[in-house]
Design a protein. Structure first.
Length: 184
């Protein structure tokens, strides 16, 4: 018998001081059976970093032709393609052929450092790409906030993201390895 996705509900409040974006969102996240709480919460963080009413979660892990999140224009063109992890250069170039801007949200500590070291020469030349690293201890702290029904506040400023629940608050300091912080 195949395992099915677990459904999580997230009511989030975004206060993005960088972009002057202040809005509540009611989101439903389907966690693939092979996905960890940490990765799912990083998808939620990625949503908060680039929050927009048109930004959507995709089938991601279930479909090789889709990112983890994307945003389409009113005319249907893919404006923003967000990948989690450490995708191959080939996958990123294929993403670029479908989207105007591609963002990679890396996590995993040493494996991220190694991935960036191996790919930095080629990827740092690409103006259509942004690469963000989430420190390992901070992504693990974020995963500790996981609940089936979540109410979270994301406050973003130039250097950090504060994530608050009714019982806890954590700081996340995304490291912009390449590209614009305001990739739109």
């Amino acid at each position: 018998m195949a395992l099915t996705a677990s459904i999580f509900k997230a009511d989030i409040e975004i206060s993005d001081l960088r972009r002057h974006h202040y809005q509540p969102y009611q989101l439903t996240l389907a966690r693939h059976p092979s996905e960890t709480d940490e990765r799912m919460m990083l998808r939620l963080l990625s949503f908060a970093l680039f929050a927009d009413p048109a930004l959507q979660f995709t089938r991601g892990l279930s479909n090789d032709d889709e990112p983890d999140l994307w945003r389409h224009s009113l005319s249907g063109e893919t404006e923003l393609w967000i990948e989690l992890g450490q995708p191959s250069e080939k996958r990123l170039r294929r993403a670029r052929s479908k989207a105007r801007h591609v963002v990679v949200v890396c996590y995993g500590g040493r494996s991220t450092a190694q991935w960036w070291q191996e790919n930095q020469g080629k990827l740092s030349q690409q103006s259509w790409l942004s690469v963000i690293e989430i420190p390992e201890d901070e992504s693990r702290a974020l995963s500790a906030l996981t609940q089936r029904s979540m109410q979270l506040q994301f406050t973003l400023d130039e250097d950090s993201v504060w994530v608050s629940s009714s019982s806890d608050s954590i700081a996340i300091n995304p490291q912009w390895l390449h590209g614009e912080q305001r990739a739109q």
